[in-house]
Design a protein around this ligand. Sequence first.
Ligand code: DC
Length: 225
Amino acid sequence: MSKIVPVITIDGPSGVGKGTISQLLARHLGWHFLDSGALYRLTALAARRQGIALEDEALVAPLAASLAVEFVPTADGEAKVLLDNQEVSNDIRTAQAGVDASVVAAHPTVRAALLQRQRDFAQPPGLIADGRDMGTTVFPNAAHKFFLLASAEVRAKRRYKQLIEKGLDANLGSLVEEIEQRDERDRTRSASPLRPADDAVSIDTSDKGIDAVFAEVLANCTDVV
Ligand code: DC
């Protein structure tokens, strides 16, 4: 009989700090890390590169099923992302790539095509899975489930600060609007909408720093940490 691999899921809307918390936890435990959003971002990028309309579910789903993707770990802990043997780590991180990902992610057959690929990340000694539907659909039997939240204004302000620190232009009002639109699309789609699993621990990160959120997550996982 195959051994059951423990999984911890961390879901929530965009810009809530899931990625940071998930990576900290993965490093702390020495477990694998699944950035499920990257798979939707890669699907959208592959579609754009092949001139396929993101709305064309019948053409985008086979692309999702056959994505030639590799996540190569680097010394700083960030994975280098390859699509068809070409590095696309920065291409999938743009604001447009996030919006594109949210569009292809609304197609049920795209989600179905990526399901097993996500489950395959569950390898010993364990997996931290970051996304929107990790606790509800992809890993319903996870050992621990978290749902992080913060208001759109708080998330937009964090994003604004990051962009300004990088010397990039930013407009707080448009960031709030972009975040609200993406939340709306992710929450209202028919297939695996963004929502906490019934057995998830919800953490409002609005008034908390990364350290406080991480401590709260650890305190809820004492059987594995
Ligand atoms: O987490 P992220 O910003 O990289 O995700 C980009 C988009 O991908 C997000 O707006 C919705 C979609 N997504 C999803 O539908 N399900 C997931 N498990 C992860 C991401």
